[in-house]
Design a protein around this ligand. Structure first.
Ligand SMILES: C[S@@+](CC[C@H](N)C(=O)[O-])C[C@H]1O[C@@H](n2cnc3c(N)ncnc32)[C@H](O)[C@@H]1O
Length: 227
């Protein structure tokens, strides 16, 4: 088997460690320094795609849908959202790390079919929270895969997104009937409670890291009332 080749590194803000992108043949891996190790691998992306399948199911024939995707990663969630959405939709993908976006404009982009080349996509380099705070009725879907799930782990600054305040703010940012979908390594009853408190109707779906096999992950599908 060929050895891994390092293609790039990136510093995570606030001393959050170093991300490293590696390639071996057609396989890509992004890992975090320290015990967390590999965060993403291009051989396992079914649950990242399911985040969009579940979070955008209500938008299949919706005109002018506006969607937020946080973060970019290897682009699978973004690409799967684009597959569902109509030609007049717009999607803003946010990522904290500029290098992650650069990598997706380079060789890593092949993994998910170069979704950044789609003219429906805009990029926000920065915290996805900046797109969600003090917004009112702007989005039809918000798809979040920025961490290990509501318990954080890789980036503790993301706790706001899952807090009572953050959850209520995201609720306000959605249009009536809009959906917040959140990827998580595991279910979390406390988070479901906070989503319900904000006004969402919530379903928790179990998805596999590969179609029909591999680790089980949870997708929280939280729907705002229709009006
Ligand atoms: C697990 S990856 C996302 C994988 C992606 N769903 C895919 O399909 O490949 C998490 C990404 O979120 C980014 N990120 C973490 N916290 C963020 C935040 N608060 N705002 C924007 N991006 C963030 C990280 O830099 C990383 O690229």
């Amino acid at each position: 088997m060929k050895p891994w080749i390092e293609l790039g590194t990136a510093q995570i803000p606030n001393d959050g460690g170093v991300l490293t992108l590696r390639q071996r043949d057609q396989e890509f891996s992004i890992s975090l320094s320290g015990p967390r190790g590999e965060l993403m691998n291009s051989r396992r992306f079914n649950s990242e795609q399911q985040l969009s399948v579940l979070g955008c199911a209500h938008l299949k024939s919706h005109k002018g849908a506006r969607v937020v995707v946080g973060g970019m990663g290897m682009g699978y969630t973004l690409a799967a959202a684009l597959d569902v959405l109509s030609p007049d939709a717009s999607v803003i993908v946010a990522d904290l790390i500029p290098e992650v976006v650069e990598w997706n404009r380079g060789p890593l982009g092949e993994c998910a079919g170069r979704p950044l080349d789609d003219n429906r996509v805009g990029v926000h380099i920065g915290d996805v929270a900046e797109l969600l705070v003090n917004r009112s009725g702007e989005y039809d879907a918000v798809l979040l895969d920025v961490d290990n799930g509501p318990e954080g782990l890789t980036h503790s600054d993301n706790n706001w997104l899952y807090s009572v305040e953050g959850t209520s703010s995201i609720y306000r940012s959605l249009r009536p009937g809009g959906v917040l979908a959140v990827w998580s390594a595991s279910p979390d009853t406390f988070y479901v409670g906070r989503l319900k408190k904000a006004g969402f109707r919530v379903e928790v779906k179990t998805v596999r890291e590969r179609p029909g096999k591999g680790a089980r992950h949870a997708i929280f599908v939280a729907r705002k009332k229709s009006g």
